[in-house]
Design a binder for this molecule. Structure first.
Ligand SMILES: Cc1ncc(COP(=O)(O)O)c(/C=C/C(=O)C(=O)O)c1O
Length: 359
């Protein structure tokens, strides 16, 4: 009996020795039909694929199970990555599970609390650099070139092989009724490239005939892919100083830009940017209409949906899947900052009853 999750698709995985698989039973995440939010937005059919339901709380686990399995096959002892947070949290977990040493490079002061706690607690060697993610990635790639570690950023194709299963699962969960459009946040641009690959492989094997429009969303202050798409360019111009409260996608020089641009152009998709305010608004709207709590970067897919509807780019009768990529608990500070303060009272039941009346 095939378990659900990434390894349900073993035949599509570049694994030579299944006995070397390192897994935390990642994947098999919920595809929620969001009728409340759809009604709010005047949409016919809206789904949210919640990758926050993965073992370490983000879609990165899908890539890491395949990437660390590869490291196992190679007999690698030390793995490493640069990260805005979730990649480091995931790599720390999978390297712990497979007895490997793990080193992660993080942009000092720009990593959400939950992610930092995970990387530290799983026992990774956590290095904070005085620079941004792009600087950290450059440094860790040099260590890889010197063979001092096995690099597990999404320059490593084994990461994308795991993440393409998001596309597979969406097809299975919609009984092969392919969505018209898939909307997701884009940072280093690995995920949009991987998911597109998944849909294309399912079409090549005859499981589906149609392909969705791949739609990438970036933050206003970190949008090299969006700028390229607006010009129909084949290459990006790196953003020197990417800035956004959605720190997961605070990336200026996405390594997978060529693949991501190809996914967007060949699928007839698009790319759009959203402000931090629009992200926080969408994050709250999703939580309060559908009970789905995601971190700010993840909510940019909902914010992008709203913006593209307002711009008339997206038709209201499209079947749409928004991918929410990380759990809201990853960034508790952002959630508390965006919420009403708790009410403080003495232990007086009368006061409490009065508050209840005003609920
Ligand atoms: C919640 C969340 N949403 C979206 C993205 C963007 O995905 P890509 O476009 O494939 O990079 C990330 C990426 C995080 C890192 O790049 C890292 O953790 O180093 C993320 O954590």
């Amino acid at each position: 009996k095939r378990e659900i999750g990434v390894w349900r698709y073993l035949e599509y995985m570049p694994v030579k020795d299944p006995k070397k698989i390192v897994t935390l039973h990642e994947g098999g995440t919920p595809l929620y039909k969001c009728d409340n939010l759809a009604k709010e937005l005047g949409l016919k059919e809206l789904y949210v694929k919640n990758e926050g339901a993965n073992p370490t709380g983000s879609f990165k686990d899908r890539g890491m199970t395949v990437g660390v399995t590869r490291a196992n096959e190679l007999g690698v002892k030390v793995v490493g990555c640069a990260s805005t947070g979730n990649t480091s949290a995931s790599l720390a977990a999978y390297s712990a599970r497979s007895g490997k040493k793990c080193i992660v490079l993080l942009p000092e002061g720009k990593v959400a609390l939950g992610k930092l706690a995970q990387a530290m607690f799983y026992g990774a060697k956590v290095i904070q650099i005085k620079g941004n993610f792009d600087d950290a990635l450059e440094m860790v790639r040099e260590l890889a070139e010197k063979k001092l570690l096995y690099l597990l950023n999404s320059v490593n194709p084994f990461r994308l092989e795991g993440q393409k299963t998001i596309g597979f699962e969406i097809c299975d969960q919609l009984n092969w009724e392919v969505p018209d459009r898939v909307i997701l946040p884009v940072g280093n641009a690995g995920n949009i490239s991987a998911i597109w690959k998944g849909f294309k492989e399912f079409r090549e094997t005859g499981i589906i005939d149609e392909l969705p429009k791949m739609t990438g969303i970036q933050a206003e202050g970190a949008k090299p892919i969006v700028d390229a798409v607006k010009k129909g360019a084949k290459e990006i111009i790196p953003e020197e100083h990417p800035e956004t409260i959605a720190t997961a996608i605070r990336i200026g020089n996405p390594v997978n830009a060529p693949k991501a641009l190809d996914a967007i152009y060949s699928s007839g998709g698009t790319a759009e940017s959203v402000t931090d305010e629009e992200i926080i608004h969408a994050q709250k709207l999703l939580a309060r209409t559908e009970g789905i709590f995601v971190e700010p970067a993840s909510a940019s897919s909902i914010a992008g949906l709203i913006k593209l509807l307002d711009m008339g780019v997206i038709d209201r009768d499209e079947r749409i899947v928004c991918i929410t990529t990380g759990h809201g608990l990853k960034d508790p500070d952002a959630a508390i900052r965006a919420s009403e303060k708790p009410i403080e009272i003495e232990c007086d039941i009368k006061v409490l009853e009065k508050l209840l009346m005003e609920l």
